[in-house]
Design a protein around this ligand. Structure first.
Ligand code: C2O
Ligand code: CU
Length: 483
C-alpha cells in the first residue's frame, strides 16, 4: 500500500518528466527550425540580390594599354578669388580648382605628383575604384608624401563618370586652401551633347583683405555643420557664366568641392534631368530640380536650352537663402537639339528583397564630449569592420545627432535601400549618403574592391573631429575577380 501509494504519488511526477522533455524538445525544434528557416530566407534573399547585382558595373577595369601621363605639383601660389584681392592658396599646378583631367574609359592614368608644399600631403581619388594602394589615405594606403618628395599614382578607372580628387592629409585645411581638382572619365563612345562642362562649386572663408581664414577646425565648426564660407565660386569664379546657343543640349557635371556645405540645385527655366550621381549613370533620368549635392558629391545634368535667346540662372537653395551659382546666357542662332536617349544604367538592380535582409553593420553616429564618434569610437581609435567581397552587405547609418552627415565610403558604391523605415527606390549607385538629423538610413553594397577603405563623414570638420573609421574588404576569390 505504502509502496503503491508512494508509487501512486510519484506516478504523476514521473509522467511529468517525459512530458516536459517532449515539450522542451518541441519548443527547441520550433525555435531552431524558425532560426534555420529565417537564416535560410535571409541567405536566399542575399543570393537573389547578388544575382541582380551582376553586371551593374564592371567588376574590374579593362585597360586598353593607352597611358595618359600627367605631371602635377602641389605648391603655394596666389590667385584672385574676389576681384581685386590676392588670395594665397595651395594649388595643384597653380590653379583652383585643379586642372580638369579628361581621360577615356580604359585609359591608364599615370600621375607623377610632386609635393612642393611646406607640409605633407597625398592625393585621394574620390569615387574612383582605384587599387587600395592608390587611394591616398595617409598611414593606411601610403605614407604621407613629404615636402620635396614625389609619388606616382597609377590606375585604370573601371567606371566612366565625373570624379573628384583632393588632398587627404589634414583636409579641413588643405582642401580649404585649394588642393582639389576633377577627373572626368569619358565613355568610349560618348553621346553627342552640344557641350560637356564641368561646374566645380566651392565656398570660401576669406578675411576682408582676401586671405583664407586660417581658423581651421574651430570647435564651433567641428560641433556644428562644419565650415561654411560666404564667397561662392563656380570653377573659381564668383560670377560664373555659361554661354550657349538656343536649342543646345548640354551635359553639366556639378562637383561639390566644399569641405562642409551642401547645395540644392535649382534650374528655373529649361528642362534639366539628372543622369548621373557620384559619377555613375542612374537607372532612369530624373528631374534635376532640388537635387542636393553633398560635399565631395557629383551630379551630372542633361539640360536643353530653350529655342529663344535669353538669360537664366542656376541657383542653389539648400538653406532659405537663394544663391546664384551660374548665369546661363543663351544667344546666337538656333541649333538642332541633339536627339538621343539620355545615357543611363539599366543594369542597376531594383533590390526589392533587400528590405528583408538583416543589417550586417550598423554605424551609430554621435557627438560625445566634443568629439564625433562612430559606434562610440573617435578616430584614431577605431575598430575596422570586415566584409566579404562579392557578397551583399547591408549597412545602417544611425544619426544620433542633430547635424548633417554626408557619410562617404572609399572604393565602393552603394544604393540607398531605406530611409527612416521607408523603402527607397534609389536607382543609383553612390559613394556618399547625406543624413539629416536623427535619420536612420540603410544602404546596400556588393564589395568588388579589396583592401582597407576609409569610411567617414565628408563634412571634413566632422572627420577631423573623429568621424572616421575603416572597412576591410577581404581579398577576392581569383575566379570571381576575373573580369
Ligand atoms: Cu573625398 Cu576620404 O574623401
Ligand atoms: Cu558629419
Amino acid at each position: 500500500m505504502n509502496r503503491r501509494s508512494n508509487k501512486g504519488r510519484s506516478r504523476p511526477f514521473s509522467d511529468l518528466v517525459p512530458m516536459l522533455a517532449a515539450l522542451v524538445t518541441a519548443v527547441l525544434v520550433i525555435v531552431v527550425g524558425l532560426f534555420f528557416l529565417g537564416s535560410g530566407s535571409d541567405a536566399e534573399a542575399r543570393a537573389i540580390l547578388e544575382r541582380e547585382f551582376e553586371g551593374a558595373y564592371p567588376s574590374a577595369p579593362t585597360p586598353t594599354g593607352n597611358i595618359v601621363e600627367l605631371d602635377v605639383t602641389a605648391a603655394p601660389t596666389v590667385i584672385e578669388v574676389v576681384d581685386g584681392l590676392d588670395t594665397e592658396v595651395w594649388a595643384f599646378n597653380g590653379v583652383v580648382p585643379g586642372q580638369e583631367h579628361r581621360i577615356t574609359l580604359g585609359d591608364t592614368l599615370r600621375m607623377t605628383f610632386r609635393n612642393e608644399l611646406p607640409v605633407e600631403t597625398t592625393v585621394h581619388w574620390h569615387g574612383v575604384r582605384v587599387p587600395n594602394s592608390m587611394d591616398g589615405v595617409p598611414g593606411i594606403t601610403q605614407p604621407a608624401i613629404k615636402p620635396g618628395e614625389s609619388f606616382t599614382y597609377e590606375f585604370t578607372p573601371p567606371d566612366a563618370g565625373t570624379f573628384f580628387y583632393h588632398s587627404h592629409v589634414n583636409s579641413t585645411e588643405q582642401v580649404e586652401r585649394g588642393l582639389y581638382g576633377t577627373l572626368v572619365v569619358e565613355d568610349v563612345e560618348p553621346v553627342g551633347f552640344s557641350q560637356d562642362v564641368i561646374m566645380v562649386v566651392d565656398d570660401w572663408s576669406l578675411t576682408p583683405t582676401g586671405a583664407i581664414d586660417t581658423d581651421f577646425n574651430n570647435p564651433t565648426d567641428v560641433q556644428h555643420n562644419g565650415r561654411w564660407g560666404s564667397v561662392i565660386t563656380v570653377n573659381g569664379d564668383t560670377d560664373a557664366q555659361l554661354t550657349a546657343r538656343p536649342g543646345e543640349r548640354i551635359r553639366l557635371r556639378f562637383v561639390n568641392a566644399s569641405v562642409a556645405r551642401p547645395y540644392a540645385l535649382r534650374f528655373v527655366d529649361p528642362v534639366a534631368q539628372v543622369i548621373a550621381i557620384d559619377g555613375m549613370y542612374v537607372r532612369e533620368p530624373r528631374p534635376a530640380d532640388a537635387t542636393v549635392i553633398s560635399p565631395g558629391g557629383r551630379v551630372d545634368v542633361d539640360i536643353t536650352m530653350s529655342d529663344t535667346p535669353g538669360t537664366f540662372e542656376i541657383v542653389e537653395d539648400f538653406t532659405t537663402k537663394v544663391v546664384r551659382l551660374v548665369t546661363v546666357v543663351v544667344e546666337g542662332d538656333l541649333v538642332d537639339t541633339p536627339d538621343f536617349a539620355a545615357p543611363r544604367n539599366s543594369g542597376i538592380p531594383e533590390w526589392t528583397e533587400a528590405v528583408d535582409v538583416d543589417v550586417d553593420i550598423e554605424y551609430k553616429l554621435a557627438l560625445t564630449g566634443g568629439l564625433w564618434t562612430i559606434n562610440g569610437d573617435s578616430f584614431p581609435n577605431f575598430e575596422a569592420e570586415q566584409i566579404e567581397p562579392d557578397a551583399f552587405t547591408k549597412v545602417r547609418f544611425t544619426n544620433n545627432s542633430t547635424r548633417l552627415h554626408p557619410m562617404h565610403l572609399h572604393g565602393q558604391f552603394f544604393q540607398i535601400l531605406e530611409r527612416n523605415g521607408e523603402p527607397v527606390n534609389d536607382g543609383a549607385f553612390r559613394d556618399s549618403v547625406l543624413l539629416f538629423r536623427d535619420d536612420v538610413v540603410d544602404v546596400g553594397l556588393v564589395a568588388l574592391d579589396s583592401g582597407t577603405w576609409a569610411m567617414h563623414c565628408h563634412i571634413l570638420e566632422h572627420a577631423a573631429g573623429g568621424m572616421i573609421t575603416f572597412l576591410e574588404v577581404a581579398p577576392r576569390d581569383p575566379v570571381e575577380a576575373a573580369p
